[in-house]
Design a protein around this ligand. Sequence first.
Ligand code: PAF
Length: 281
Amino acid sequence: MQTIHTVAALRAALKNQASIAFVPTMGNLHAGHIHLVEIARQHAECVVVSIFVNPLQFGPNEDLASYPRTLKADREKLETAGTDIVFAPNTGEMYPETQTMTITPPPIASELCGASRPGHFAGVATIVMKLFNIVFFNGSARQVAVFGKKDFQQLFIIKELVKQFNLPIEIIAGETVREADGLAMSSRNGYLSAQERASATQLNSALQSIVDAIKSGNKSFPALETTAIQQLCEAGWQVDYIAVRSAKTLLIPKENERDLVVLAAAKIGTTRLIDNLTITI
Ligand code: PAF
């Protein structure tokens, strides 16, 4: 496995690759990321993983400075998982000058996570476009990128990016990997105190209760959302949103919508966690 820090060196290493599978990450890797690397491994000869904490997608009061940077441990995990190339640029390499041109994501990017994180998805779409242009520069026959379903809204926006800009890249979605008690794996779980960690599973339970209610025929989505929000608030959470949406459009479901996703973002203590569950009715 090679670790590469510059765009020029990465392009030189990828010049003659016939098939590339790419997993973009911000590092501090856990089993969820490794699952994405394993999927990538099945789709191409060369697996590239990027590790870059992207300043453009963090708001002014968010955790950019404290976001865990654990390159040495990440490299070990990636080597074991069969990665060929780790691309770990610094901020100056990715943004040699102020990024005055950015991607404007679709209107849905202002809802759900976007409502409390203005500019977040523009930052994500912009860095993903840059990374795609760096990694998939040689027009190799097979170009695949793997993203996790835990970031369901991000995955949706990246699929739109690829579709609307005609990028010759196949996006593959990896399932959310969970701890034994149901908590979705996340780099931010490391911020939780022991007490918060014990309560953190309540977020997944809230989503599961909504899924169970929908499965048993309840279609009063706003009422289900309100009840779940109240229960989490009573348990000490600050809830950004709990929303039942169309899994295909992320909009409020139409009358006969069958593919749904229940999404949530909430803070326990100072840690903001997200999760979602899909359901077909
Ligand atoms: O999901 C992430 O880790 C990030 O948003 C991504 C896609 C690597 C872009 O910085």
